[in-house]
Design a protein around this ligand. Structure first.
Ligand code: F6R
Length: 366
């Protein structure tokens, strides 16, 4: 059942080239410049005309929502707010006509997300669901939606569901952008072609496994970790830190790299591993200076860079290279080494990676 892998989590990490492909199958066709999302067709104009999009989710799904925020705002020019479902439901939020809610949930059973949906529904909002589990409570409670089709995720730490969420949300955003005319046909084509290359790029990133295992051995006894990224890689930093915390029980924080100087920089000393998600994108130069700031305080820099980068490797103690891809799609690739890092560290620490203490796969209590 684990397909020869030692744990479900590792199996699911390695399934990602396939799960991402499954998620796009029959929906995305770059040669025709077409996106077909069956479950949305009836309601897609609501999204196209939305004055605002509210995304509600928890945990890793909330991180996928943050990536989607950047994506929707960049390509659809619709303002987006991303909320923890647990906060949203209890804080008397403003929900207006013309707002559209997107709820993201792997299990489709998360109590807070479900309650956030019911609240938004009671105010007349249209709700889209992005769920993995077919027929789940959230899938049933929403007006329309798109399944992630990642297949059952058994490991408590979410991996393949996250990349499938990113894939679906990107397809929804591009489909809205196309209808709204906020993206040129040429740009759309370019992004669709790039999306089709993702499974192969994830496959390539998975080849880092042995290298990451070696790095993991050197850091398994660290007591803290900091993960830093900017732009589309900022949510990836949050996700990397969450993965490490939940399965290895090492304290980790994810931060936007530039925000580090407003506090967390005080934590940096020669014992602090700092993982930079520093791929070549529009914030590259800025990240380079953030790395310098960490190095000046003797932090131990581990970087995830784009293949062929020369500058950041020269500044880092350890480097892993991932294939180049458009900024907006990079989280699909840059998260892979972070999933592997948390997995190997947890295994080396003797932790139960598939069923970490205190955690359940579906959080059906608030
Ligand atoms: C992290 C993790 C949790 C879930 C969160 C939401 O690896 O698994 O943070 O992401 O409990 O769960 P879903 O997506 O099922 O609503």
């Amino acid at each position: 059942e684990k397909g020869g892998f030692e744990h479900f989590m590792l199996k699911e990490i390695f399934e990602q080239p396939r799960s991402i492909r499954d998620c796009m199958r029959g929906r995305l066709d770059s040669t025709q410049g077409r996106l077909v999302l069956g479950g949305l067709s009836e309601y897609i104009t609501k999204l196209v005309n939305a004055e605002r999009i509210l995304i509600v989710a928890c945990g890793t799904s909330w991180h996928a929502g943050l990536v989607a925020e950047y994506f929707f705002e960049e390509f659809c020019r619709i303002p987006v707010e991303v909320e923890y479902a647990s906060e949203f439901r209890y804080r008397n939020p403003v929900i207006r006509e013309g707002d559209v809610v997107i709820a993201i949930s792997q299990s489709g059973e998360t109590a807070d997300t479900l309650a956030a949906i019911e609240l938004a529904k009671s105010k007349g909002a249209i709700i889209f669901g992005v769920c993995n589990v077919v027929g789940s409570s959230i899938a049933r409670a929403t007006h329309a939606g798109a399944y992630t089709h990642a297949g059952p995720e058994i490991g408590v730490a979410s991996t393949k569901a996250f990349t499938a969420q990113l894939t679906v949300l990107s397809m929804i955003a591009l489909s809205v952008a196309q209808r709204k005319g906020t993206i040129t046909e040429q740009k759309l084509h370019e992004l669709l072609v790039e999306m089709e290359t993702i499974p192969a790029k994830v496959e390539k990133a998975l080849l880092l496994n042995d290298e990451i295992k070696k790095i993991s051995a050197l850091f398994k006894d660290s007591r803290n970790f900091i993960y830093l990224g900017r732009g589309y890689n900022f949510p990836v930093a949050l996700e990397g830190a969450l993965k490490l915390k939940e399965i290895s029980y090492i304290h980790a924080e994810g931060y936007p790299a530039a925000e580090m100087k407003h506090g967390p920089i005080a934590l940096i000393d020669e014992e602090m591993p700092v993982v930079f998600i520093a791929t070549r994108d529009s914030s590259y130069e800025k990240v380079v200076s953030n790395i310098q700031e960490v190095k000046a305080r003797k932090g131990r820099v581990i970087s995830v860079v784009t293949e062929g980068d020369k500058l950041i490797p020269a500044m880092s103690e350890f480097v892993v290279e991932v294939p180049a891809v458009h900024d907006a799609l990079m989280p699909l690739v840059s998260v892979i080494p972070l999933q592997l890092l948390s997995y190997h560290i947890a295994v080396m620490r003797g932790c139960n990676v598939d069923q970490p203490r205190n955690l359940a796969k579906s959080v059906t209590v608030e």
